[in-house]
Every structure is written in structure tokens, then in C-alpha cells.
Write a protein of this length. Structure first.
Length: 386
């Protein structure tokens, strides 16, 4: 079994790493402290073509595979989780529906500029009383002679304050729950669509999370992305890719935090020698190293399966669960290695510690993922002997 990257994938990693370490990493701390959308940085990355990484070259994309997208996610997280959240939203959730179901006019007006960084897209399905329970969505889409009228509120919408267009999950038939969900394209400036409160958060700062309000918001018939009632299926089509992407983010954060902790353990001295030579610190270093290696294998194996067309929901859930939990374990251990300095703003340990929590929720909480893994295993366990 050959698990090594191809020459093209290795070159891509080197190229991406150089770009992000030059453009993003030096400003990661300022992004975190200001909590302001880094417009210039966003535009510069757009000029490099990364927002179209998943899309075909015919529309200006890169036509890359899932492994390369995962590499991009990992390297972004090594530079800045806040900026990584912005970029990955643009690459996947914020633009995928318009790519799959948008009209040619919509693609020309929104998608193609978004690939170049000229437009910003996002997705909205979380509500005040609905997170993992997609069937509990209360935002209504009522059909009329000219299209649909949307009414409802969305919360925790990444880049909701700067987005030029948003893909909105709404129900056309609440009684059908998951069978009544549809996705609708709403552009900035549409009457009845407004941005509400900003949710102040401690992690992934720079990527604002907003409340979006739809107050009898009239949209055209072609704003429906796909067919009525098939929104759950459409979301599930990309859900595994979302989970692999977040696993990549967890892996990148874990590696970045680990390197900073290792550097501190080499430099900080106590009782006349580096603290990294003490047995209990060595134990932390060893366990972090092992967990990161395991997370790396699970993440890229899932991405490889996606490229082979044989990915299962369970494999994606395993990757996302283990990688994000590993990230939280690593940032906690790195904070402990720093001691009191793990709380000091002059060290990045405190930022890594805060950013780790962000990864636990998008794409399914660890509790939801464990439920998925367990139910699948109850049906068929790969370890059983026939």
C-alpha cells in the first residue's frame, strides 16, 4: 500500500505552504485581536486561484482532487484558523450549490467572480432552535406567482456580514421535516434580507458569525437550488467532504500548536536544563506526536477514498471526530507545557487553545459523529470474521 503523495500533490503543498506562511501566518495574531474580515488578504489569496480549487478549469477553477483540497485546509489552519474558516467556506459550502444548481446567469454573475475572490458566498442552515436537527428548520419558503417568500432567522452564519450571496435552507413543508427542506439563493440587497447581530466568540476570529434575518424576503423561482424537498440529499452529497475538510483543519491546527509547544520545551529551562528533557513533558510530546500521526492517516485516507469514489459516511465521521478531538487534546497539552505563559497573549498557545473549540461543532459535533459511527458499526463491523 502506497500512502505517499504524488509529485503534483507534494508540489502543491510546498506552493501553498510558502504562500500562506508569507501572506497569512505573520498576521494571524492581528486577525485574532482585531476580529475584522481581512479583505486585502482575502483578495490576494483569490488572485492565486485557491477559491476555485474544487471546481473545473472550464470556469476558472483548479480541478483539484479531495487530497489537494485537504492539503489546502491543513496549511490554512497552520497559518490561521480564522482565515481558514473564511477560505474553506468560500471553497465549499458557500459556492457548491450555485455550482451544481445555479443558472448560467447566476454562475456568471456570482460563482465565477467568487472563484477569483471578487464575490463572497456563504451558507445558512443553523437556527436559534435548530443545529444538528436539520428537520427542525423553521425558516419557511412559501411559493407564489413570482417565486418564493422566505421568512425566518439564521444564526452562526460565517461571513454573513460581508457575503454577497447566501444559500439558505428553508422548509416548503414543515410536516415533512427532512423531506421538506430546500435551498434558496439570496443575494445581498434583496428586500426583506438583512444582517442582524454579530455573535462575539473566542475562537476563529476574523471570520464573523452573524444572525441573518429574512422578513418576507421575495426571491425569484430560479433561486431554488435544485428541487423542492431534496435539500437534505443535496447537503448530504457534500457533508462527507465538509467533514474531511474540517479534519484537515484540525490536523493543521494540531501540527502548528505542537511545533510551538516543542519549540518552547526546547528553549524553556528549569532546574538547569530544558523542560523537554523531563519525563512527564516527554510523555506529552510522545502522545501528541502519535495522535497527530494517527489523525493525519485517518484524514488523508478518507480524502483518498473520496477521490477513489468509495468514501462512506462512517469514514468521514471517523476522520472528523478523531482529528478535531486530537486538535483539542494537543492545544490543551501545549498550553500545559507553557505553564502560566500558556495564558499570556505574547505566546500563540492561548490562541491555539481557543481556536481548537471552533472545530468541534461544524460538520457535526463529536457526539453526533460518535452516534453515526456506532450505528454503522452495529450494522456491520469491519473487524468481524465471516
Amino acid at each position: 500500500m502506497d500512502f505517499s503523495l504524488t509529485t503534483e500533490q507534494k508540489f502543491f503543498r510546498e506552493q501553498v505552504s510558502r504562500s500562506l506562511q508569507r501572506i497569512v501566518a505573520p498576521l494571524a495574531d492581528s486577525i485574532d485581536k482585531s476580529d475584522v474580515f481581512p479583505r486585502d488578504m482575502f483578495n490576494e489569496l483569490g488572485s492565486l486561484g485557491y477559491y476555485g480549487i474544487r471546481y473545473p478549469t472550464e470556469i476558472g477553477g483548479m480541478g483539484a482532487d479531495c487530497i489537494m483540497f485537504t492539503i489546502l485546509a491543513e496549511e490554512l489552519a497552520r497559518a490561521s484558523i480564522g482565515f481558514a474558516a473564511i477560505v474553506t467556506m468560500q471553497c465549499l459550502m458557500g459556492t457548491d450549490f450555485i455550482y451544481r444548481f445555479g443558472t448560467e446567469a447566476q454562475k456568471e454573475r456570482l460563482l465565477i467572480p467568487a472563484i477569483k475572490g471578487g464575490k463572497i458566498g456563504t451558507i445558512a442552515f443553523t437556527e436559534p432552535d435548530c443545529g444538528s436537527d436539520l428537520g427542525g428548520i423553521r425558516t419557511r419558503a412559501v411559493k407564489n406567482d413570482t417565486g418564493y417568500v422566505l421568512t425566518g432567522r439564521k444564526l452562526w452564519i460565517t461571513d454573513g456580514d460581508v457575503a454577497d450571496f447566501v444559500t439558505v435552507a428553508a422548509t416548503t413543508d414543515p410536516g415533512k421535516r427532512l423531506g421538506g427542506i430546500g435551498f434558496f439563493l439570496v443575494e445581498k440587497g434583496t428586500p426583506g434580507f438583512s444582517v442582524g447581530q454579530k455573535i462575539e466568540k473566542i475562537s476563529a476570529r476574523g471570520a464573523a458569525t452573524m444572525e441573518l434575518i429574512f422578513d418576507e424576503c421575495q426571491v425569484s423561482a430560479d433561486s431554488l437550488m435544485g428541487e423542492e424537498g431534496k435539500g437534505t440529499k443535496y447537503l448530504n452529497d457534500i457533508l462527507s467532504e465538509i467533514r474531511i475538510m474540517i479534519a484537515g483543519l484540525g490536523l493543521g491546527l494540531a501540527k502548528s500548536a505542537f511545533v510551538s509547544g516543542l519549540r518552547y520545551a526546547r528553549e524553556r529551562e528549569a532546574f538547569g536544563k530544558p523542560i523537554g528533557t523531563f519525563q512527564l513533558i516527554e510523555e506529552k510530546i510522545a502522545e501528541m506526536e502519535v495522535r497527530i500521526r494517527a489523525a493525519e492517516f485517518l484524514t488523508y485516507h478518507a480524502a483518498w477514498l473520496k477521490d477513489q469514489g468509495s468514501l462512506t459516511g462512517k469514514e468521514a465521521a471517523v476522520a472528523k471526530f478523531y482529528s478535531t478531538e486530537t486538535a483539542c487534546f494537543v492545544v490543551d497539552e501545549v498550553s500545559r507545557i507553557h505553564g502560566a505563559y500558556g495564558l499570556a497573549e505574547e505566546y500563540p498557545a492561548q490562541r491555539y487553545f481557543r481556536d481548537g473549540r471552533f472545530l468541534l461543532f461544524g460538520g457535526g459535533t463529536s457526539e453526533i459523529l460518535k452516534t453515526i459511527i456506532a450505528k454503522d458499526t452495529m450494522k456491520k463491523c469491519d473487524f468481524e470474521i465471516n
